[in-house]
Design a protein around this ligand. Structure first.
Ligand SMILES: Cc1cc2nc3c(=O)[nH]c(=O)nc-3n(C[C@H](O)[C@H](O)[C@H](O)COP(=O)(O)O)c2cc1C
Length: 173
């Protein structure tokens, strides 16, 4: 892939909030997880965990926890990315909390791009009640949910995207 086609690839990745019923092949799920495993992480310690949810009852429970976003039940597969700072606290002390949020975030981004490369779609869900999600997933003490990634086969065409543009993003000092 040259730099032009890589940018084209990034341009065509969009958030999708309507999915077909079709489930996700295990082979594709495995590739998504492999990409997450390759993501950069603080000290290479991979201070994040991924919870896979296919169970419909659990997805239904997550709707009110995710501000009534029904996409979490409509998608056949959810990946929930959580922090696990205990993996690096010895090395990084208090900073491990911050690093683990970044590790989980980067892993989510890798997953999202791989989803796109595989012809699937996703939307990053960050608007949720952290405590409710933690309780539903029965997360171990110290782990925090960072993102929910509903994954499926696209069933909508997203509207044109507007961005700030590179000139506004960059501050030359
Ligand atoms: C940290 C974060 C939190 C987000 N939370 C939500 C969310 O709760 N619900 C939702 O529909 N989209 C959510 N999004 C998706 C954004 O709305 C979307 O990425 C943005 O509008 C740009 O559109 P695009 O992904 O199609 O380029 C979130 C994205 C990020 C990065």
């Amino acid at each position: 892939m040259n730099e032009k086609s890589f940018l084209e690839f990034l341009k065509t990745r969009r958030s999708i909030r309507a999915f077909k019923e079709k489930g996700i092949e295990e082979s594709k799920l495995n590739l998504i997880l492999e990409a997450c495993n390759l993501a950069p992480s603080s000290g290479g310690l991979q201070t994040f965990e991924i919870y896979q949810i296919k169970n419909k009852e659990m997805r239904e429970k997550l709707v009110p926890a995710a501000k009534d976003q029904t996409i979490v039940v409509q998608a056949p597969l959810l990946l929930v990315f959580c922090t696990n700072p205990s993996r690096s606290v010895e090395r990084f002390g208090e900073r491990s909390q911050f690093f683990s949020v970044q590790d989980a975030t980067i892993a989510t981004a890798y997953a999202q791009l791989t989803v796109h490369a595989l012809g699937l779609s996703a939307v990053w869900i960050g608007a949720f009640d952290e405590k409710k999600v933690s309780d539903i997933l029965k997360l171990p003490q110290g782990q925090r949910p960072v993102s929910i990634l509903p994954i499926g086969y696209e069933n909508e065409t997203p509207k044109e995207k507007t961005t700030r543009g590179t000139r506004e993003l960059l501050h030359v000092i």
